[in-house]
Design a protein around this ligand. Structure first.
Ligand code: NZQ
Ligand code: ZN
Length: 387
C-alpha cells in the first residue's frame, strides 16, 4: 500500500430542509456576500428567493449567468472584479458543479492582484483565497467536497482542472430535494460522471481492498439509483443516495493508499468539452467503454475481472478475457440502454474533422504518457480512443 495523507476540511450538512441553517453557517464567516448562480434554475426552484430571505441581514452582491463548463471570461473575471470592488467576505455558490467551480477560481482571484489565469494555469501559486459556502442543486461532480474547479478558456480551447487546498468549501449544504428538478439529460450525465470518478480510481496499480470497496459501493449505488431517479425524478430516497455517492467522488477517499491512474478519461473528456462545449458526463459515458477496450491487455486484465465479477456479478469461473469483454459490453449497455445516454461523438455533435488536433492537444497538456500511471497513453492511443 502507498503512503498517503488525507484531510478534507469541509463541513457537510445534508438532508431535507437544511437550507434553513444557512444564516447560522454564514454569520461567523462574513457579512458581505457574493451570491453566485447559473442560468436561472435556482429562480425556478424558488431557491433564489429563499436564500435572499434567509440572508436579509447580509449585504448581498450577485453574479448570475455562470455557464455550464464555466468560463474564465467573463465569469471568473467578473467575479474577481466584484469581490475586489465590494470587498466581499465570503462567496456563496448556489447551483451545480459549474457554479461552484467558478466560485473556487473567483475565491483565489479575489485575493490576487494579477490575471486569474496565472493561478488557474499554475504559473503562480495562490497565497490566499476567500472562504466559500455552497448550496448544491445537482449531484455529479463532488466539487462540494474537494478543492478543485474546472475552468474553460474559449480562445485557447483549454479546460483546466485548477486544484489547491485553499479552495475547499468551508461548508456544503446538500439537500437532495433540490436535485429533483434536474432533467433526465443532466441526471444521467451526473450519474455517469460520478461512476467515472470511481472508475478512474479503481483502475490503478497497486490497489487495496479498502479503496476498491469504496469505489465499488459508490458505483453499485449509482447504478441502482440512477435509473430510479430517471424514471421517478421526485424519488427523494434515490436522489439522496445519488447525492451522497457523488459527494465522495473527487476528494481522494476512493484512492486511499492506491496507485495513480492519471484520470485519463477526464483528460480526454475535458478537451472535448473545451472544443465543443459538450456536457461533461455525456462525454465520459462515450469515452469510458472505448478507453476500457483500448487499455485491456495482460497487464490490466486483473482489474477488469475484479470489476466485472464484483459490479456486474459475472461468473468468476469464466475465462478472464471473456469476463473482461462482458464487463466492457455491460458498461456500454448500462449507459446506452439503462441511462438512455448518447453513446457516440456524432450524437453530441462532434464529427471527425478535429480529432487529430484534439488528440495532440490532450497529449501535450494532460501528461497521460507518464509511465507511473496505470495505463499510459500516447498521442496515437488518444487518437484511436477518440476515433
Ligand atoms: O445554469 P442553471 O440554470 O443553474 O442550470 C444548470 C445547468 O444548465 C442545470 N441545473 C442545475 N441544478 C438544477 C438544474 N436544473 C434543474 N434543476 C436543478 N436543481 O443543470 C445544468 C448543468 O449544470 P452544471 O453545473 O454544469 O453541471 P455539473 O454539476 O455536472 O457540473 C459540470 C462541471 O463540473 C466540472 C465539469 O467538467 C463541468 O465543467 N467538474 C468538476 C469537478 C470538480 N470540481 O471536482 C470534477 C468533475 O470531474 C468535473 O470535471
Ligand atoms: Zn468528472
Amino acid at each position: 500500500m502507498e503512503n498517503f495523507e488525507y484531510h478534507t476540511p469541509t463541513r457537510l450538512i445534508f438532508g431535507k430542509g437544511i437550507i434553513d441553517r444557512l444564516p447560522e453557517v454564514m454569520r461567523p464567516i462574513g457579512k458581505k456576500v457574493l451570491l453566485a448562480y447559473g442560468g436561472g434554475s435556482i429562480k425556478r426552484l424558488g431557491l433564489y428567493d429563499k436564500v435572499k430571505e434567509l440572508l436579509k441581514d447580509f449585504e448581498i452582491h450577485e453574479l448570475g449567468g455562470i455557464e455550464p463548463n464555466p468560463k474564465y471570461n467573463p465569469s471568473v473575471l467578473d467575479g474577481q472584479r466584484i469581490c475586489k470592488e465590494k470587498r466581499i467576505d465570503v462567496i456563496l455558490s448556489v447551483g451545480g458543479g459549474s457554479v461552484l467551480d467558478c466560485c473556487k477560481a473567483i475565491a483565489a482571484a479575489a485575493r490576487y492582484e494579477g490575471d486569474p489565469w496565472d493561478l488557474i494555469s499554475y504559473k503562480v501559486k495562490a497565497e490566499d483565497a476567500l472562504p466559500i459556502v455552497d448550496v448544491m442543486t445537482l449531484a455529479a461532480t463532488g466539487s462540494e467536497y474537494d478543492c478543485g474547479g474546472v475552468i474553460s478558456r474559449t480562445e485557447t480551447n483549454d479546460k483546466i482542472g485548477y486544484v489547491d487546498p485553499l479552495l475547499y468549501p468551508v461548508c456544503s449544504l446538500l439537500d437532495p430535494a433540490y436535485t429533483e428538478t434536474v432533467n433526465a439529460k443532466h441526471t444521467a450525465a451526473g450519474v455517469a460522471d460520478a461512476i467515472n470518478h470511481a472508475m478512474e480510481q479503481f483502475f490503478v496499480n497497486p490497489s487495496n481492498s479498502v479503496a476498491d470497496g469504496f469505489c465499488e459501493t459508490l458505483i453499485k449505488t449509482l447504478m441502482k439509483f440512477g435509473p430510479v431517479a430517471l424514471d421517478h425524478p421526485d424519488d427523494y430516497k434515490a436522489r439522496a443516495e445519488i447525492m451522497l455517492a457523488c459527494t465522495f467522488g473527487c476528494n481522494g477517499l476512493l484512492n486511499l493508499g492506491a496507485g495513480m491512474s492519471g484520470w485519463p478519461m477526464h483528460g480526454i473528456e475535458h478537451a472535448l468539452s473545451a472544443y465543443y462545449g459538450i456536457t461533461h458526463g455525456e462525454g465520459l459515458a462515450i469515452i469510458t467503454p472505448r478507453w476500457m477496450r483500448h487499455i485491456l491487455n495482460d497487464r490490466t486484465l486483473e482489474r477488469f475481472v475484479k470489476f466485472g465479477v464484483d459490479i456486474y456479478g459475472i461468473s468468476a469461473e469464466l475465462p478472464p478475457y471473456e469476463i473482461a469483454e462482458q464487463t466492457i459490453d455491460k458498461t456500454y449497455d448500462f449507459f446506452r440502454n439503462t441511462m438512455r445516454m448518447p453513446m457516440t461523438l456524432r450524437e453530441v455533435g462532434i464529427d471527425k474533422s478535429r480529432l487529430k488536433e484534439i488528440a495532440a492537444h490532450i497529449a501535450t497538456n494532460e501528461g497521460l504518457d507518464n509511465p507511473s500511471i496505470f495505463a499510459p497513453l500516447t498521442e496515437k492511443d488518444i487518437y484511436e480512443i477518440l476515433e
